[in-house]
Design a protein around this ligand. Structure first.
Ligand SMILES: [Zn+2]
Length: 213
């Protein structure tokens, strides 16, 4: 029995927690900050530009998602710009289609596995629709990001319904539901990442929250 416990403890000690980063490498600063916070708490981040992606790419990505505890779609200003540029410029459109296809594939994999899917915006308004997510952050790379990454390092997750922060998109044809981990002022507006429509919070959201975002 004692040896079994010993082996078990060894096994769990060796297990590295990994988070999957979905992003554009052009948002370097934002992605680096996420990476640094994860490294501080001993969590590995799968970030495609730093990994060897063997062909076919879908298989490498799937394996990485299978080994991850959550997926984080990091929406920085370059990701938003890429979508905007694709309206005008054919070359940018092709690149953006490629990026967007991979994001959609990654969200599908994460949803299928039942792991948390975070849409984490760096103070920008998301401008492309995300079919599924269960956690949403409008801005903030401060203590909120750190405490979320720490949770995963402890083997926890953030399913819908915890902490009483979930909101539901006000549009009947959408009704997407997600935990919203950002303050919203009274009568403040939020863009729904699933339908991209804006809806209002007459009573605000997390107004008494003291975390620095
Ligand atoms: Zn919506």
């Amino acid at each position: 029995m004692a040896s079994y416990i010993f082996l078990h403890a060894m096994g769990s000690k060796q297990m590295v927690i990994q988070l999957f980063m979905s992003h554009t490498k052009l948002d370097k600063n934002f992605c680096d900050r996420f990476d640094i916070m994860a490294a501080r708490v001993g969590v590995k981040v799968f970030r495609s530009e730093f990994e060897k992606i063997k062909s076919p790419a879908w298989r490498t990505i799937k394996k990485a998602m299978d080994a991850s505890s959550a997926m984080f779609l990091l929406v920085g200003k370059e990701l938003v710009k890429a979508q905007e540029a694709s309206d005008e410029d054919p070359k940018a459109r092709e690149e953006w289609k490629h990026t967007q296809n991979w994001i959609a594939y990654e969200i599908g994999l994460a949803c299928e596995r039942g792991i948390d899917v975070w849409v984490w915006c760096d103070g920008v308004t998301i401008n492309f629709p995300v079919p599924y997510l269960n956690n949403y952050v409008l801005h903030g790379v401060g203590s909120v990001m750190r405490s979320v990454i720490e949770l995963y390092s402890e083997g926890e997750s953030v399913p819908l319904g915890v902490w009483g922060r979930e909101v539901r998109c006000a549009y009947k044809r959408c009704k997407a539901t997600y935990g919203l981990h950002s303050k919203v002022a009274i009568d403040g507006e939020v863009t729904c990442p699933t339908c991209l429509k804006t809806y209002t919070f007459p009573e605000g959201h997390l107004l008494h929250w003291k975390k620095t975002e």
